[in-house]
Design a protein around this ligand. Structure first.
Ligand code: PAF
Length: 283
């Protein structure tokens, strides 16, 4: 079922809720790939109804070119979602999400904690406020029992959990493992923007991270960081924006491996003009 207005969506989910059904929700920005579909399949398995939204949210883009070039393919998305047995696909126009338009909307400052200030927060000012804005609006419309997010956007999950806690929203946030191409590249809608030459070198990002797990057993956090950055920066097309080795719970940098029981390395690399992100668990 294709739904384009907020009123129709509220009506649809209201009906399901009244019948005591659980609702799984997968928010996306479209240009769907196997990573998204794995979230949809998990939701379909765990809930009575699954709603998927496809909306390229303008308020989370701090770079107008990035927004203008973001890949879109509505027809292909609808086909893939039908195949994955999504019950409802919400394809809103901007006015359905931001009544009065993006410029005229009521702004609310979300309390997202320090998790929103580091890494993506530093390099994409306002990005997480925009994510919180759209996700809270979608949660208000869908009123999901569970919502599904991919761990490629590791920081986004932490920020959304903080948003849900500070806004008192009753929803379970489910983090799902990264899906990768056979050569290791993390699946992302942005991969479609890579030239064949760039696509050939992009898997080096995951390879460098995976190799660094072994390296980290014998070396310091600093040396592990530097070896990844130096290796990737030396390759054609690749330019590391940041690589941070952080406590997986707080997202604050660690200086020693034994500082935290769970440590993750989060990286953002430009491959030509395409901004790719990935991460790896050290422990
Ligand atoms: O991860 C994404 O695709 C987006 O940030 C999300 C969660 C759909 C909000 O626009």
């Amino acid at each position: 079922m294709i739904i384009r207005t907020a009123a129709e969506l509220e009506n649809f989910v209201g009906h399901q809720r009244q019948n005591g059904k659980s609702i799984g929700f997968v928010p996306t920005m479209g240009a769907l790939h196997a990573g998204h579909i794995s979230l949809v399949e998990q939701s379909v398995n765990e809930n009575d109804f699954t709603v998927v939204s496809v909306f390229v949210n303008p308020t989370q883009f701090n770079n107008p070119t990035d927004l203008a070039t973001y890949p879109r393919d509505e027809e292909a998305d609808i086909r893939l979602l039908a195949k994955a047995h999504a019950d409802a696909v919400f394809l809103p126009a901007v006015e359905e999400i931001y009544p009065g338009g993006v410029e005229g909307r009521n702004r609310h400052e979300f309390q997202l904690g320090t998790a929103a200030e580091v890494m993506e927060g530093k390099f994409r000012p306002g990005h997480f406020q925009g994510v919180a804005e759209v996700v809270s609006r979608l949660f208000a419309l869908v009123r999901p029992t569970r919502a599904y997010f991919g761990e490629k956007d590791f920081q986004q999950i932490a920020v959304i959990k903080n948003m849900v806690a500070s806004e008192g929203i009753d929803v379970e946030i489910i983090a799902c493992p990264i899906k990768r191409a056979d050569d290791g590249l993390a699946l992302s809608s942005r991969n479609a923007l890579l030239t064949p030459e760039q696509r050939a070198v992009a898997p080096e990002i995951h390879k460098a991270l995976a190799d660094s797990v072994e390296y980290a057993r014998q070396h310091s956090v600093r040396a592990t960081h530097d070896t990844v950055v130096e290796h990737l920066d030396a390759l054609p097309f690749l330019n590391v924006e940041y690589f941070e080795i952080v406590d997986a719970r707080t997202l604050l940098p660690v200086e020693e491996w034994d500082e935290s029981p769970s440590v993750v390395g989060c990286i953002t690399v430009y491959c030509g003009n395409v901004r790719l992100i990935d991460n790896i668990r050290y422990k």
